[in-house]
Design a protein around this ligand. Sequence first.
Ligand code: HGY
Ligand code: MN
Ligand code: MN
Length: 413
Amino acid sequence: MTNKSDLTLGRRVMAMIEELARYSDEPGRLTRLYLSDAHRAAAEATLGLMRQAGLDSHIDALGSVIGRIEGSNPDAPALLIGSHIDTVIDAGRYDGTLGVVLGIVVAEALRSQGIVPSCPIEIAAFGDEENARFPTNLSTSYALSGHYNPTWLDSVDQAGIRLRDALARFGGDPAGIPALVRDPKRYRSYLEVHIEQGPQLEAKGLPVGIVSAINGVTRARATVIGEAGHAGTVPMAMRRDALAAAAEMVVAVEHTGSIRTDTVATVGVAQVQPGAINVIPARVDFTLDARSPDDAVRHAMVNDILAECENIARKRGVSLTIEPFMDSPATPMNRNLMARLEEAVTGAGIPPLHLASGAGHDAVAMAALCPVAMLFVRCKGGISHNPAESITVEDADVAAHVLIEAVKKLTSC
Ligand code: HGY
Ligand code: MN
Ligand code: MN
């Protein structure tokens, strides 16, 4: 930063992050899944923070928390700032929450500086970005851009609970989904600030960077069916061991994802049945997450993975079903918005670095509504989706100042 800050904004950001980190579904670690009791409590707390900041706020029909301040011209298209407050299992406390808190800090700063933006500003705390509970895809932000898939309502979590039943218990309402759709004529831009979740900013010694594009993602669920048997009596050559087959498939996923430098492929969940020490596994359910900045490359990689897994299934005499449930396109950021972010970054005395996002974000869903851009914040070791995830108060402060400047440019304050 050119002018030494007193870190007031950074400290405010970290304090709000700490407050929201208290809401977890599990003791001793941070897990806040969509529509859980912890999500509800965090949504209520976020609602309180938004209202304290002077935002006219509510929790919408799908559980997102939305705050709004009117501008000097209430008919001007609004600026949306957002991210998510749901987390993965055993999560870090900055992934998503940082972007929501920074939106609230912008509202507080404009009010304390007596600045009325030329247009309305909306802050969104989305609730289903991680898709860690239900097989959905950015459901609460796609609802705003008019792409909510109604079949998501009947998807079930690992306990067999339907999304629509969890939503009713949360206090949401499927009948309210159509009213969530935003009119593209009423929204000018969407900005999201997020931890980088990668090592580049730290390696370059930069506190923030400008996102150029978000990688595309394919997700699928696979089921391998073999035959249960006695671990002590069935000869090795006569087995149809579902776990041995799935294990070979997992290595094939890793190998195929490693062939190119611009692809990644991961098996993050695997469940073995019946799961007894002396029973040859009969069934394995596992997930596939495959990504690339180039959609054609990603689709080709997924086809190669499917073909390799089919070969393994045939060779081992097990059955395999693979059901893709997400195909999220690679999403370029809007060049004009990137330029405004770059002006704010260079204005803070920071060299502007453009970098792609390997992680998905609500900005992908919001790109269907309006132009989008993202600012990344350095995180220690690039670690994320891990309780060791961390940022510094200094970098939180830089991000707040840069975002406030960018918002002033975009709303001609
Ligand atoms: O998986 C992702 O890329 C994001 O963290 N939901
Ligand atoms: Mn995130
Ligand atoms: Mn995440």
